[in-house]
Ligand binder design. Structure first.
Ligand code: EPU
Length: 421
C-alpha cells in the first residue's frame, strides 16, 4: 500500500491548476448513459473513483475512452447490462448515481445497495422514495435495489418530490431520471451545490429542459430523447479549498488556476477572518499568508454553507492558529476521524458528539498517521506540511480516490513530499 513521506516546514509557493470536480464528473459520467448518441466530457480528473465509474460503465456494455488531455468519450448505444454490481459499489458509493439514468432510459436497473461508510450510515432511502414517486417499482433483494417500470409503462412519470433532508446525489438521481420522464417534475428542498448546477447545464446541452438548478426548487420538463453533446466539468471547489488551507497553513503564496472564489465564499471569508489573504485574479485565485492565523469557529451545512468536505482541512488550520475554535459537523455522524491522528501530532482537540473544540498550539510534530476517508487524509497531508520533521501518511488510496496528482502538485509548489510504494 502506498504512503506519503512529507518533510514539513516549507511554505508553498508558485502556481498550480485546479482539476475538474470529482463530485461533478461522477454524476456526469452517469448522465452520459441517458443518450444512445456519443457524449464528450472534458476536464475529467484522473482519479481512482473516475476509474471505478468508467469500469462500471464499460461493464454495462458501453464504451468509454479516456484520453490523456482529460477528455472522456462515452458511447452507450450498445448498453445491454443495466447493472451496478456490489464489487464496484462497495468501493464507490457514487455508483448509486447509475440508478436514475438507467431506469429512465432502459426502464430497468439493478444497483447494489452501498452498505456502510466510514463517515456515517449514509442510507439511500430518499433516492428510492423519490424514484418511487415517479412510478418506479423498486424491491430490495439479496442486497440489490431492483428497479423497473410498472407493466405497460414506457417511461417514468414526472412527480413532485420533496426529500426529508437535502441530498446531493439524491437530487442528481432525480434530475437525471426526470430528464426523460413523461411530464413535469418539481424537486423541492433540492441541493444547490455547484456540481448540481453543472449537471443541469450538461443535461440541457443534451436537450433536457431543466430550470432552477442551483436553487432549492428545480423544475424538469421531461423529453422523449436526449442527444449527444460536449460538456466541460466545473473546477473542483474542494480540491481548491484544500490547497487554500494548505497554503494558508504553511505561510505561502500560490495562484490556483481555474479556482472559483464564487464556489467557496464561506471558506474564503473564514480564511480572511483568520488573517490569510485571498483574492480573485485573472483565471484563478491567489492566496498568501504570513505569521500565525487566528482560529475560526464554523458549522458545516449544505451549500452555500461551510462544506463538510472542507471541515477536516480547515480544522488543521485551527489547531495551529492562535486561540480556540468550535467546529460543528452537522452533515455526517462520524466525520472526526482525523482528530485522533492530529492529536498524535500534538494537536489539542476535545470532541463531544458533533462538536470538536480546538486549542491552538504553536507547532505540530511529524508522526506516522492514517485516515479512513478522503478528506481526513487530505487534512493529514496539510498537517504533515506544517509539522516539524517527517510525517508518513499511510493508506493514501483514499487520497487517490479524490485528488488528482496531489503529491505532484505539492512538489510543484516546493513541498518536500514523496510517494513510497
Ligand atoms: N441521507 C439519507 N438518506 C438518503 C440520502 C442522504 O439519510 O437517501 C443523509 C446522509 O446520510 C447524510 C445527508 O443525508 O447524512 C447528506 O448526504 P448526501 O446525500 O447529500 O451525500 P451524498 O450525496 O452521498 C455527496 C458527496 C460527498 C459530500 C456530500 C455532502 C458525491 C459523489 N459525494 O454525497 O462527498 O460529502 O454530498 O456534501 O457527490 C467527498 O467527496 O469526500 C464526499 C464524501
Amino acid at each position: 500500500m502506498d504512503k506519503l513521506l512529507i518533510r514539513g516546514g516549507r511554505p508553498l509557493r508558485g502556481e498550480i491548476r485546479i482539476s475538474g470536480a470529482k463530485n461533478a464528473a461522477l454524476p456526469e459520467l452517469c448522465a452520459a448513459l441517458l443518450t444512445a448518441e456519443p457524449m464528450t466530457l472534458q476536464n475529467i480528473p484522473r482519479l481512482q473513483d473516475v476509474a471505478t465509474m468508467l469500469k462500471l460503465i464499460r461493464n454495462m456494455g458501453a464504451t468509454a475512452d479516456f484520453s490523456p488531455d482529460g477528455t472522456v468519450l462515452i458511447d452507450s448505444k450498445e448498453l445491454h447490462f443495466p447493472e451496478a454490481p456490489y464489487e464496484m459499489v462497495k468501493t464507490m458509493r457514487a455508483a448509486v448515481l447509475a440508478l436514475g439514468p438507467l431506469l429512465a432510459r432502459f426502464g430497468e436497473a439493478t444497483v447494489s445497495l452501498p452498505g456502510g461508510c466510514a463517515i456515517g450510515a449514509r442510507p439511500v432511502d430518499q433516492h428510492i422514495k423519490g424514484l418511487q414517486k415517479m412510478g418506479a417499482e423498486i424491491v430490495i433483494e439479496h442486497g440489490y435495489m431492483i428497479a423497473k417500470l410498472p407493466k405497460g409503462w414506457t417511461r417514468l412519470k414526472g412527480a413532485n418530490i420533496r426529500t426529508d433532508m437535502i441530498t446531493v446525489t439524491g437530487t442528481e438521481n432525480f434530475m437525471m431520471a426526470a430528464a426523460l420522464a413523461e411530464g413535469e417534475t418539481i424537486l423541492e428542498n433540492a441541493a444547490m451545490e455547484p456540481e448540481i448546477t453543472d449537471l443541469g447545464d450538461m443535461l440541457n446541452a443534451m436537450g433536457a429542459k431543466v430550470e432552477g438548478h442551483g436553487t432549492e426548487r428545480i423544475r424538469i420538463t421531461g423529453v422523449d430523447k436526449l442527444h449527444g453533446a460536449t460538456h466541460k466539468v466545473v473546477a473542483d471547489r474542494i480540491e481548491c479549498g484544500t490547497f487554500l488551507c494548505a497554503v494558508a497553513a504553511t505561510g505561502g503564496d500560490v495562484i490556483l488556476r481555474d479556482g472559483r472564489i464564487d464556489h467557496l465564499e464561506v471558506v474564503v471569508e473564514m480564511l480572511k477572518k483568520a488573517g490569510a489573504h485571498v483574492e480573485a485574479v485573472d483565471g484563478g485565485i491567489r492566496v498568501h499568508s504570513e505569521g500565525r492565523l487566528e482560529a475560526q469557529s464554523f458549522k458545516t451545512t449544505e451549500y452555500p454553507g461551510f462544506p463538510t468536505d472542507m471541515q477536516a482541512q480547515f480544522m488543521v488550520l485551527n489547531v495551529i492558529s492562535e486561540g480556540d475554535s468550535k467546529v460543528t459537523e452537522t452533515i455526517f455522524e462520524n466525520r472526526f476521524m482525523h482528530v485522533s491522528e492530529l492529536m498524535r501530532m500534538g494537536a489539542k482537540i476535545d470532541v463531544d458528539g458533533k462538536v470538536a473544540i480546538t486549542h491552538g498550539v504553536e507547532r505540530l510534530s511529524g508522526a506516522t498517521v492514517m485516515a479512513t476517508d478522503l478528506r481526513a487524509s487530505a487534512s493529514l497531508v496539510i498537517a504533515g506540511l506544517v509539522a516539524d520533521g517527517e510525517t508518513i501518511v499511510d493508506r493514501i488510496y483514499h487520497l487517490d480516490r479524490g485528488y488528482e496528482q496531489m503529491e505532484g502538485k505539492l512538489t510543484q509548489l516546493g513541498a518536500d513530499i514523496e510517494r513510497i510504494k
